[in-house]
Design a protein around this ligand. Sequence first.
Ligand code: BEZ
Length: 209
Amino acid sequence: MAIRLGDIAPDFTADTTEGTVRFHEYLGDSWGVLFSHPKDFTPVCTTELGQVAKLKPEFDKRNVKVIGLSVDPVEDHHRWKGDIEETQGTKLNYPLIGDPDRSISEAYDMIHPNANDTLTVRSVFIIGPDKKVKLTITYPASTGRNFDEILRVIDSLQLTAKHSVATPVNWKDGDDVIIVPSLSDEEARKRFPEFETIKPYLRVTKQPR
Ligand code: BEZ
């Protein structure tokens, strides 16, 4: 069954390039990004895995643990690691799950049989410290993901988890934000004294820190 926003991310124990991982225990109090890629020794996946390794300090800064997955076995991941380092100029610095029995891929609905009946699609799950799924995205095998966008969403999720705000189109860290409609003007004035009302339902304020 498909995983929906607000669901508890299924827990699992997996063989990974960094040893056995118990997923919920691995996440601890951190945020998490679980992402699948279709296959080892493929070009788009090679670039994606290298890019995530380069962005690891950005994920760390946001208290996010990243973990990748494909249905290939961990021994293949280990052989492929050298190619990622050689071609992308960075070492793999986060665990990659081997899921040859597809139990995790199936639990997360990462195999879409009408696209490909054996390989995982490019799924992304962002998981909160409460282990609930905060975002899902699915890309086809032919399109590499934009992991800057994943970081942007994490910035929005972490901000909106703390404050009664939402983020507008194309928002990025530092831009003005929107006050959620459920907050009365009176309450908004207390929390965001300088907010601006463009329409009664469209109130903007500086990004809270
Ligand atoms: C790739 O990563 O390049 C890829 C993987 C599976 C199908 C198509 C492309």
